[in-house]
Structures are given as C-alpha cells and as structure tokens.
Ligand binder design. Structure first.
Ligand code: HAM
Length: 424
C-alpha cells in the first residue's frame, strides 16, 4: 500500500459534506453578498512571484516553499498563499482603472513545507479575499467585517480579533530602526535565529516563540509611537468604523505577520481550543505590493481563512446527538420491485432528494438495515404487490411508522412530509 504524504491529509465523508462544504458554501454566499467575485488561479506560479511578493527574508520564502524545476528548466513554486497570485491576475488583466475597487475571492489548497502538527499542514486550504485599488479605511473595516460576519454565522464561539497597524513606506523604516536599535542592545538575550532576524528582518523577532526573546521584546518601542500622521489617522478611522459596526477587537501591537508585503492595518482572528495554531484567519493592507510586482502604485487589502482550523472549531461545536436523518432509500422486495426501483430513484433524485437504492444485491432485511445505518429518513419498499397496485410502502425510519403512498404521488409526498429535509 502506498501512503499519502505527511502533512497532506485527505478530506472525506462524513466531514467533507458536514463541515467542509458547509464552510465553503457559507463563505461563498457571504462573499458574493459583499460583491466579491471568484478567481481561480493555478496552484503553481513562477517562483519569482513569491520571492518578490512575500519577501526574501520571510520564513515562507526561505524555508517553506515547494519549488521545483519543470521540464523546460523554469523554476516554479506551489503557491504558499493566494495574495501574490491574485495581484498577478489583477495586473495581467490590465483593464482595471486606478481608484476603482476590484474585489475577488478564492478557495483552494496552499502548500508550505512546515513541520506538521495539530492545525498545521503542508497542504492546507484557504478561503481568501482581496480588495484592490482603494486606500480608504472604509475598505479595511468592510474586509474585517466579512470575517466577523462569517464566524458569527457559523456559530463559532470565543473568536477574538487582534488588530494592529505597522505603518507605511514613510514611518515603517523609523519603526523598524527604533525597534532594531533597542534589540541590538539586548543581542545577548536573543536566540540564534533572532540574531539573523536582527540583521535581515528585525520586526520578525516579535514573532519568536523563545521565552527569552519574548522577554527582550516586552519593553521594546511600540509601532504606535512612531506612526506618521496619515497612518495614525487611517488607523483611527478603521477603529472608529469597527466600533460603529459593533465589531469588537483587541489592539495587539506585536502583531507583525509573517509576510513582508503588509503596510498599515494588520489583523488576525484567533479561536479558543486550537492550541498553539490558533489563528483561524489573518490579513492586512498591502499598499506597496502591486508596485513591487511591477504595477503602478495601487493599494490593496485582504485576508485568508485557514479552513482546516475553522473545520476543527466547527467539529468541536457539533452536537454529540445522532445527525438528522434525511433522504430516501429505495428497497426492493422481489424482481418486480428491482425493475421499478431505478425509475423511482431517478424521479426522487430529480425532485431533489438524496436517494440510494440496492446496488449491492442485499436481501430486503439487509436493505432496511442499510437504509437505517446510512441515516436515511424514509425507506420506500417496492415489490410485485406495490408495482401492481401502483402504491409504494413507505417506512419512516425515524418513527417506525409505515404507510402506503400512490407511486404517482411519491415525490410530492416525500418533499411535503420532510419539509425539505428529504432533499438536504
Ligand atoms: P497567513 O497568515 O500566512 O496569511 O495565512 C492565513 C491563514 O491560513 C492562517 O491564519 C491559518 O489559519 C492558515 N494557515 C497558514 N499556514 C497554515 C498551515 N501550514 N496549515 C494550516 N493552516 C495554515 C496569508 O496567507 C495571506 N495571504 C493573507 C492575506 C490575504 N493577506 C492579505 N490578503
């Protein structure tokens, strides 16, 4: 037997329908109500897109990319995230006016060569959204509101929004330099990785999990103290709007995020009960990225949700009780019933019911057991008597009641009785 690859789990029943499709459907419907349109970009891109987009000094680019040479000798990379590909798409379209807002979303697998653990995988799935073209803080608030709406609608509990601003091209260098100067004085307290970060990307020291590094960071100058006036005003307005919309947040001045393209607003949603990997979504503004990737200066902001982690939350919420019964099993009692069953099943499916029938050559008793075990609500029994009389025997597997229903009315009867439940 050949095993699947470590850190790249399969997704199958019952979770695929009950959790994954539910999350995906909920997100799609919500994003389309916010007027986002779907894009589907390839799972691989030229390596350079990510090196330039995400930044050379980041963990993703330095350690985590699945990079390979294709047969033409070109260096390609399995996408570790969706923002750089979305911006590439935006630029290649070449039809968008600066100042007009382009709102897109994507759902699909991402690939990072990280150490697999609970909530962290090498192939994982994101639902991402990007709003490109407008710098107004109203866009930031709307983007964050989508996530708050989605997690609320899914019934997730103990979700917290962490909010920060990290400045722009004007004040970010000041923030970084003040932080680096403070850290240089405490270099002896830092781990080996942070020595490298200090040279390459000092703000990333804030993300180090090493307790000594964290202690060293505790007293460091905060970004908020060095913001330029436009960044300060922008952040103030974002907060005002979130307050207005009733979206609660906690300010977190250590939230720097692991990708280099961010400017101004950054945010993360965390959920309780997930252990160390508790970020269920993250995002922020990236007003310099489009220029970095060869476009005219164009602002943008977006987020990505980690689907595996949200699914874990949904799973924890599931009631322990038996799942609701739905759909119809078409059983046959004899040869005449077996000949009629495919027609009845076809009609039930056309009418919208989840429907299965006896393809396994089971006895009637075996079929009833199967229908029960597979969670069907009704079992329609067809035999010579039913076919001749034009009336099916229908057993409600929830109550155990059994009634006769004219075959011509069966679909309507099921649909009406179940109040739509049969069709779910
Ligand atoms: P990110 O924070 O790297 O941001 O990823 C977003 C979310 O994806 C995380 O909060 C987490 O839930 C999930 N995630 C990341 N890595 C893994 C993993 N190895 N296993 C499971 N889940 C994971 C981005 O990717 C940005 N592109 C978000 C963005 C969009 N910023 C602006 N626009």
């Amino acid at each position: 037997m050949i095993h699947g690859v470590r850190g790249a789990p399969d997704i199958g029943p019952p979770d695929s329908k009950r959790l994954w499709q539910r999350l995906e459907r909920g997100a799609r419907e919500l994003l389309e109500r916010y007027d986002y349109a779907e894009i589907r970009t390839p799972v691989f891109e030229r390596t350079e897109l990510f090196v330039r987009g995400i930044g050379e000094g980041t963990d993703i680019v330095e350690k985590e990319m699945y990079t390979f040479q294709d047969k033409g000798g070109e260096s390609l990379t399995l996408r570790p995230e969706g923002t750089a590909p979305a911006v590439r798409w935006y630029l290649e379209q070449g039809r968008f006016e600066p100042g007009s807002l382009v709102k897109v979303y994507y759902i699909g697998p991402m690939f990072r060569h990280e150490r697999p653990q609970a909530g962290r995988f090498r192939q994982f799935h994101q639902i991402g959204a990007e709003a490109i073209g407008v710098a107004a803080p109203e866009v930031d608030a709307e983007v964050i509101q989508i996530l708050a709406d989605l997690f609320g609608a899914l019934g997730l509990r103990d979700v917290a929004l962490h909010l920060n601003t990290i400045g722009d091209a004007v004040c970010r260098p000041v923030i970084r330099e003040r932080f680096a100067a403070y850290m240089r004085e405490r270099k002896d307290e830092l781990c080996a990785d942070c020595h490298v970060r200090l040279e390459k990307n000092p703000l990333r020291i804030m993300d180090c999990k090493n307790p000594r590094c964290q202690a060293a960071v505790a007293g460091a100058p905060k970004a908020a103290e060095s913001l330029c006036e436009p960044c300060r005003a922008h952040f103030g307005r974002v907060r005002e709007l979130l307050d207005l919309l009733g979206v609660p947040y906690a300010l977190n001045d250590r939230l720097v995020r692991g990708l280099d393209y961010y400017t101004r607003t950054t945010f993360e949603f965390t959920a309780a009960g997930l252990g160390a990997q508790n970020a269920i979504a993250g995002g922020g503004r990236y007003d310099g990225l489009i220029e970095t990737l060869g476009g005219a200066p164009t602002p943008g902001i977006g987020f990505a949700i980690g689907m595996e982690r949200v699914v874990l939350c949904l799973k924890a919420l599931e009631p322990k009780a038996e799942a609701v019964r739905d759909g119809v099993y078409v059983a046959n009692a004899d040869a005449a019933g077996a000949l009629r069953a495919p027609l009845v099943a076809r009609d039930l499916r056309r009418a919208g019911s989840r429907t299965a029938m006896n393809l396994e050559g089971r006895s009637l008793k075996g079929q009833l057991r199967q229908a029960n075990g597979d969670g069907f609500r009704y079992c329609v029994i067809l035999g010579e008597r039913e076919v001749q009389g034009g009336q099916a025997t229908v057993r409600d597997l929830e109550s155990g009641e059994q009634v006769g229903v004219p075959l011509a009315e069966l679909c309507a009867w099921i649909a009406g009785r179940a109040g739509g439940a049969a069709g779910r």
